[in-house]
Write a protein that binds this ligand. Structure first.
Ligand code: DX5
Ligand code: ZN
Length: 228
């Protein structure tokens, strides 16, 4: 199980210190939400911030590009020290070359899908990804409520993983707290992004521990047990 605080909910006046706070609190990875004001109606930060964070933490950097033109951003984020770069299936025909380019840059490859998008669109790409991100809110803003209708999509992505003998991470993002994380784990999610319910808490360490415990107690072997 991988717990991934999202920097979106951190104090933007001190992002590098917030990243260090996540490392000290026992986060497994750090999630960087990159929004361009076009693909989603919000703006966040760019490769400069990623590089500053990279220089001050050892955390695995999980970069989520919610951007209409990721073509121009892959190299800058790779140079900045991203470990994994996720693009969206909603980019259509451009997805395959983008996935190859991320791989060619030596980074792990992620593919995200929004709640209204047909989950079947990701199936042809599964063999070339390291992570599938099933969005559990419509992307753009933190603090939204979990959309329970996404649970069957998570279950489908987990079922493909078993049936095809693949090993990608199954990540969920949006409205994830210690309760909704358990619901997602029951249907096969293993990687939990959370902003408000982690960075939004004064005691990040206890919030991470609480989420980890809730998932482990309910679902000790998410891959095997909870799909039944
Ligand atoms: C939403 C972002 C999320 C966001 C989640 O567009 O992709 O990563 O940080 O925030 P919470 O956990 O507050 O829903
Ligand atoms: Zn995200």
């Amino acid at each position: 199980m991988i717990i991934v605080p999202s920097l979106l909910a951190a104090n933007h006046g001190r992002l590098t210190q917030e990243a260090q706070r996540a490392q000290r609190a026992g986060a497994d990875w750090l999630h960087l939400d990159i929004m361009d004001g076009h693909f989603v109606p919000n703006l966040t930060f760019g490769p400069g911030v990623a590089a500053a964070v990279r220089a001050r933490t050892r955390l695995f950097l999980d970069v989520h590009l919610m951007c209409a033109k990721p073509e121009t951003l892959l190299e800058p984020f790779a140079r900045a020290g991203a470990d994994l770069i996720t693009i969206h299936i909603e980019l259509g025909d451009r997805v395959t070359p983008l996935l190859w380019k991320i791989k060619a840059l030596g980074k792990k490859v992620g593919l995200a899908v929004n709640p209204p998008t047909n989950i079947a669109l990701i199936e042809p790409h599964l063999e070339r990804v390291d992570l599938v991100l099933v969005m559990t809110v419509n992307p753009g803003f933190g603090g939204q409520s979990f959309i329970a209708e996404t649970l069957p999509k998570i279950q489908q992505v987990a079922a493909w993983r078993s049936a095809k003998g693949l090993h990608y991470h199954l990540e969920v993002d949006g409205g994830i707290n210690h309760t909704t994380a358990v619901e997602c784990a029951r249907v096969g999610a293993d990687t939990f992004v959370s902003g408000t319910s982690l960075f939004g808490q004064r005691n990040l360490k206890s919030a991470i521990n609480r989420m980890r415990k809730a998932v482990t107690n309910e679902c000790p072997q998410p891959f095997l047990v909870c799909l039944q």
